[in-house]
Design a protein around this ligand. Structure first.
Ligand code: ATP
Ligand code: MG
Length: 1248
């Protein structure tokens, strides 16, 4: 197939999409050749091929592209990124690709100013534009706004958040003074305590936050608030090899002044268990590196040097932190307290335990850890002994054998003590973080707030090879955010289109409610199952995992929860069913290992530890633990899990988001190496898909992302236009300006309350509106022109409406006249109705007169009389009508009387006529019936005859079938008989041969004897001797040769005849004369004798004819035929007479074709029929019919010589299919040719 070799994008594993040309279409797939020959030619499904448009083109708003699809979106982003354009819109959503380098002037104050008050799309895409839009929306819609910044780790969420806050504070916070700084100061503090170096991001936020900037009714910054979520606690005790603990630990090691470090006994990262397993390098710059002494540096730092990051410097950052803490209102003591707690965590981590021998099986603090224990205790303000005690044993309340509440110290095993220590460290640190956030919040002065803009910076959808509780929580949060995104962008948008009457096709999107239910459902969600497991006496993660599979899993491949074995990833398949599960999130399947789920879901401390820290001397530590959830006091069954706390927080957050207007910033990580200028297509594509941006494209393909209420547009632009235009109503104003712009109809739509624009069109419009006075003049002119046109259209419409109205009035007039007519008619009708109805009624009687006339015409008698009567009646009807007509005052009763009288007369006359007619008809009817009967009788007769004929035919058919059956049986019998005969003949031949041989031997013997005798006689004669006995007699036996004489029946025939005659030997007919035989046949009543005679008679005939034939001249042969040749031929096959033939003699009739050669030696043949009637074995009557020859009819006993001499068997007729016919068929032909009646053999007169 040849096709237009269109330029397309084809999905590619590494590039995301590659440019190619369509080569061939193959059903569901296509053959494509990439333009770049580094890529292979391939066959791809059509789902993976997209039209390319102009691949070099890049646009600010992706919706402006000719083709909206994943591929063009990716290409647009890549093209722009290469030109340092990191921001792109997809309608109102901002896509931000992390540049990893500073782009000059990107975030400068002048840029901030540029974006102020400018609508989206007017200037190149920017995060500031989103911030400004949020601000303007807040003002215009009088509604708080949220900016949701999402993306994967390292995509630039936190940086974007910072720029947004900067923008908001820079422009509108001056009046509020220090608030701005406080809000901005929050970041270095939060990052020091909540960020860490990970493999994906040097400054990865390990918590989520929602930062609110509040505004008063004058839209000035009036306060701020930070909510934080899900601080990653596991990092406090353990990090991956390339990763670090929270920055603050390194800030303290690298940046804290010597005096402070000495007081806190802080040395270098290598010295702490909680740091040394991860990366121990500091972030430094060449300058700051110099400020760190060797004793502060880890081995790794000394060998490899410092880590470099444009925004991170552990030395500098300590200073920044220190100052920021001051600015948010922490006193020096408080700051010292904070550093002490941070240091205490490090020292606590160094407390190691050793197993204790003995029966109790507990453990104790390792001797070399004592200093660490002491330092930690000192820094936390607790007694080292108590700390030691609380770490190695657990306080339990006994419920038996004493008063409830009796405390028992249960010793812990080494691993339990390690867990207790880590739990304490995590609790201290996470509460410190809470404390810090709390302090930041309380430091921001808060005036009455009318609205706020909240910026959400929370980790995006996360998936590692193995994932734990943290990922589970963050992915749950992302499911919720995705649902929110779908609802806000897709669902709400579509609802708005519907409400406003815009005809936009519906877009389908993936609804992930089922996945959310699976996680959070109150009675069977994963969180619920996990909490239930924690409440068991011995919680077990394997049991929890199996419960998840049992309650939520399914066998279907579409089930959201699956066993890890079903994963496409090989590594997951090693995970056994009770060790984890696979959850199919909206963005893809994530494999969770559940081994830590129970511990991570419960952040409660042992009671002993909790009591210990609550009793601390340090006011900060005491403060940290004063608002505890106190799960210990609540008991196991009522404890509040981490999961449920997070759920509550998330519900609150979603509540806020739902109330607010929303703006989305989707951050994208360009490469996994964290370097600028490099962008990996497939990585970007995956992020676009996960963020739901692709679905938005589908909506925007048909949607109108920009819109403005009429009133808003009016308010916005009225001042730009001359006074005469300002007074127009809001809607007319909008219509006038939009229509007069000459935008294509497709670019905008008027809804019920607002005007909608296609992507980019609103900004186009806005730009023109704000153009220079010259441009504006042109606009005003075109608006005026539009208004004139619109008014002209309106006046034309008015004129048309007036004409329409006039027509309507005329129409109604016509209708009135019609009504008047009807009423008048009605009144007149009502007055004269009885008379004309009467006349009409009477006139109807004339029909009766006509009927009567018709009847009269049929009458045969009394015709004239009747006619006269009718005429009289007609006259009276006429006079009655005349009377009514001429008398307007005649009453209804009088009319009725007249009518009744006339009716009666008519009826009387009619009945008289009818009677006469009936009589006449009666007699006619009788005549008709008589005829009918006769006809029926005749028909019956015919029917009977027909039935008889059918019966006869049926009978014939039956007889024929019987005949055929008989023929077949006989045929079978014949074959069997022949078989027997053959055997008998063979046997006989054998006998004859034996006999002949015996004869020969005998003859030879006798001959010998005779010769011997003769010799003896001769000798005796010579010697006058004596010879005894007489000479042997030679018996005469016919030789074989003599037996085969041609004119004799052959030997076997004779043997057969002899055998046949064996039973009939009482009649030796061989001596009878021919005439005797014939006479006996014709007269005898002895059937057996008769049959024997017939046999003998015919045997002789046969011999005769055989002979005759032998001697006849060939030419005359034909004339001598007594039966058709086929019969004569059949007879040549010798046969034994059938047994029982004598007694079972039957009449049988045959007919076969007879071809006789024409006379006079002519070659022509005469075709005819040969008929035969056999009464027993021999023919009784025979008939030969030729079309042009006189029929030859012959009878046995009369014409024997000319008749067929063969027995029925010999003729073979019974074996000929269709030869036998029915008696009546033969008789019909016989009678037709005047044949004399049949006579049975014994009654045949001797006429020969
Ligand atoms: N607009 C930007 N200009 C220059 N560099 C940037 C920009 N945005 C991000 N970066 C760089 O990318 C790094 C990571 O960004 P950021 O910390 O904001 O990612 P994140 O999305 O918050 O990741 P995480 O989820 O791990 O917190 C920053 O440290 C910075 O070096
Ligand atoms: Mg971050």
């Amino acid at each position: 197939m040849t096709i237009d070799k269109q330029l397309v994008w084809v999905r590619d594993g590494t590039e995301g999409f590659v440019l190619a040309r369509l080569q061939d279409l193959m059903g569901e797939e296509a053959d494509v050749i990439p333009l770049d020959n580094r890529h292979q030619r391939r066959v791809a499904a059509f789902d993976d091929i997209f039209p390319a448009g102009d691949p070099a083109k890049e646009v600010d708003d992706n919706c402006e592209l000719m083709f909206l699809n994943e591929a063009t979106l990716l290409n647009n982003i890549l093209n722009r990124y290469k030109k340092n354009k990191i921001y792109t819109y997809v309608a109102n959503i901002l896509l931000a690709v992390n540049p990893y380098t500073d782009i000059p002037d990107m975030y400068s104050s002048s840029t901030i100013k540029k974006y102020q008050g400018r609508s989206l799309g007017e200037l190149p895409p920017h995060v500031f534009a989103i911030a400004d839009k949020a601000f303007r929306d807040m003002k215009a819609l009088k509604q708080s706004q949220s900016i949701i910044v999402s993306g994967e780790s390292g995509a630039g969420k936190t940086e974007s958040t910072k720029y947004i806050l900067k923008y908001l504070c820079d422009l509108w916070a001056q009046a509020a003074g220090p608030i701005e700084q406080k809000i901005l100061d929050a970041n270095p503090i939060l990052e020091a305590f909540g960020n860490a170096k990970t493999t994906r991001n040097n400054n990865s936020s390990r918590f989520g936050k929602f930062m609110e900037v509040h505004f008063n009714n004058k839209y000035h910054v009036a306060g701020g608030h930070i909510s934080h979520y899900l601080l990653e606690k596991s990092r406090i005790c353990l990090q991956g090899p390339e990763e670090r603990n929270y920055h603050v630990f390194y800030l303290l090691c690298a940046g804290a002044p010597q005096e402070l470090r000495a007081a806190l006994k802080i040395t270098k990262p290598d010295d702490y268990l909680y740091l040394k397993n991860g990366c121990t390098q500091y972030f430094t710059s060449p300058q700051s590196e110099k400020k760190i002494s060797a004793s502060q540096k880890s081995k790794e730092q000394q060998t490899k040097g410092g880590l470099r990051d444009p925004i991170l410097d552990d030395v500098e950052d300590f200073q920044r932190l220190h100052q920021a803490l001051s600015r948010v209102g922490l006193s020096d003591d408080e700051k010292r307290g904070v550093y002490s707690v941070v240091a205490a965590v490090l020292h606590l981590g160094n407390v190691a335990f050793e197993e204790e021998g003995g029966a109790r099986g507990g453990c104790h603090v390792a001797p070399n850890s004592e200093p660490a224990l002491a330092t930690a205790a000192a820094l936390l303000g607790v007694d080292p002994g108590e700390l030691r005690m609380a770490l190695v044993s657990r306080l339990m309340q006994s419920s038996r054998g004493g008063m409830k509440g009796t405390a028992i110290m249960v010793p812990l095993k080494t691993y339990e003590a390690n867990n207790a220590r880590d739990a304490l460290a995590k609790a201290i640190y996470s509460r410190l973080f809470d404390f810090i956030v709390h302090r930041i919040n309380s430091s921001i002065p808060f005036q009455t707030s009318s609205y706020y803009i909240g910026v959400l910076d929370i980790a995006g959808f996360e998936y590692f090879q193995m994932n734990s509780f943290e990922q589970f929580c963050i992915n749950y949060c992302n499911e919720k955010l995705q649902q929110f995104f779908n609802e806000r962008i897709l669902k709400n948008e579509q609802e708005l289109y519907k409400r406003e009457g815009l005809n936009v096709p519906e877009i389908r999107y993936v609804d992930n409610q089922d996945c959310i239910d699976l996680i959070e459902s109150k009675n069977h969600g994963i969180f619920h199952i996990l909490d239930e497991e924690s409440k068991l006496p011995k919680p077990d993660f394997e049991h929890f995992t199996l419960s998840v599979h049992k309650e939520l899993g399914g066998n279907s491949p579409n089930a959201r929860i699956q066993v890890a074995r079903t994963s496409r990833l090989k590594a997951h398949r090693a995970l056994r069913d009770h060790e984890g599960f696979l959850l199919r999130h909206f963005a893809g399947a994530v494999c969770y290992s559940t081994s830590q789920f129970i511990e991570k879901n419960n952040d409660a401390l042992h009671a002993s530890l909790e009591f210990l820290v609550q009793e601390s001397n340090s006011s900060l530590v005491q403060q940290l633990f004063q608002n505890t959830d106190n799960n210990n006091a609540k008991g196991k069954l009522n404890f509040i899990s981490v999961g449920s706390k997070f759920q509550t927080q998330l519900t609150q957050l979603m509540g806020k988001l739902k109330e607010n207007g929303t703006n989305f910033v989707r951050c994208i990580k360009p490469n996994s190496r964290m370097v600028g200028g490099v962008i990996e297509g497939s990585l970007v594509l995956t992020q676009l898909q996960c963020s739901g941006t692709a679905s938005v494209l589908a909506l925007m393909e048909h949607g109108y992302p920009s819109r403005a209420p009429f009133a808003e547009l009016h308010a916005l632009y009225k001042d730009l236009l001359p006074a005469r235009l300002q007074h127009l109503t809001a809607k007319l104003f909008c219509q006038a300006i939009v229509h007069s712009f000459g935008l294509s109809d497709k670019d905008y739509k008027f809804g019920v309350t607002r005007v909608f624009f296609r992507p980019g069109k609103y900004s186009e419009f806005d730009t023109i509106m704000r153009s220079d006075p010259e441009g504006l003049k042109a606009i005003v002119e075109s608006v005026l022109a539009w208004l004139v046109k619109a008014r002209w259209r309106r006046s034309i419409f008015t004129a048309l409406s007036v004409i329409k109205l006039k027509n309507k009035i005329l129409y109604r007039q016509r209708c009135l006249i019609k009504i008047q007519n009807s009423i008048r008619g009605y009144l007149v009708r009502r007055r004269h109705q009885p008379r004309y109805r009467g006349i009409a009624k009477i006139k109807t009687l004339e029909h009766n007169l006509q009927d009567m006339e018709t009847v009269t015409a049929q009458l045969k008698k009394e015709k004239e009389n009747a006619k006269k009567n009718i005429e009289n009646l007609r006259n009276s009807i006429r006079s009655a009508c005349a009377a009514i007509k001429s008398n307007p005052n005649i009453s209804r009763t009088e009319i009725d009387q007249l009518y009744t009288k006339l009716t009666k007369d008519v009826e009387t006359q009619m009945s008289a006529l009818k009677k006469a007619m009936a009589d006449q008809k009666n007699s006619e009817e009788q005549e008709r019936l008589r005829k009918l009967e006769a006809e029926m009788r005749a028909a019956e007769e015919a029917k009977k005859l027909e039935q008889e004929r059918l019966r006869q035919e049926e009978e014939n058919r039956r007889l024929k079938a019987e005949m055929e059956a008989r023929r077949k049986a006989e045929e079978a019998e014949r074959i069997r008989q022949e078989e027997q005969d053959r055997a008998a003949a063979l046997k006989l031949q054998q006998q004859l041969q034996d006999a002949a041989r015996a004869d020969e031997e005998n003859r030879e013997r006798l001959e010998q004897e005779r010769r011997d005798h003769e010799m003896a006689v001769r000798l005796a004669r010579e010697t006058n001797g004596h010879v005894e006995g007489s000479p042997p007699q030679l018996r005469s036996f016919p030789t074989m040769d003599s037996m085969n004489g041609e004119n004799k029946l052959n030997r076997s025939e004779r043997v057969r005849m002899q055998q046949a005659m064996q039973g009939k030997q009482k009649y030796d007919l061989s001596k009878w004369k021919y005439s005797e035989l014939r006479d006996t046949i014709n007269t005898s009543c002895d059937i057996e004798l008769l049959e024997a005679c017939r046999h003998e008679f015919h045997r002789r005939l046969k011999v005769y004819h055989a002979w005759k034939a032998k001697n006849a001249r060939k030419t005359t042969m034909a004339e001598q035929e007594r039966a058709p040749q086929s019969i004569m031929d059949a007879a040549k096959t010798p046969r034994l007479p059938q047994k029982g033939d004598v007694l079972g003699a039957r009449h049988r009739y045959f007919r076969i074709p007879f071809v006789r050669a024409g006379g006079g030696g002519g070659a022509e043949e005469r075709r005819g029929w040969w008929y035969a009637h056999f009464d027993g074995q021999y023919v009784a009557r025979q008939m030969e019919l030729h079309p042009d020859k006189t029929p030859v009819l012959l009878q046995a006993g009369v014409d024997d010589m000319q008749m067929c001499e063969l027995s029925l068997d010999e003729t073979g007729l019974t074996r000929k299919r269709g030869a036998e016919i029915l008696e009546h068929e033969f008789e019909r032909e016989w009678a037709q040719h005047n044949g004399p009646p049949y006579r049975p053999p014994h009654s045949r007169a001797n006429r020969a």
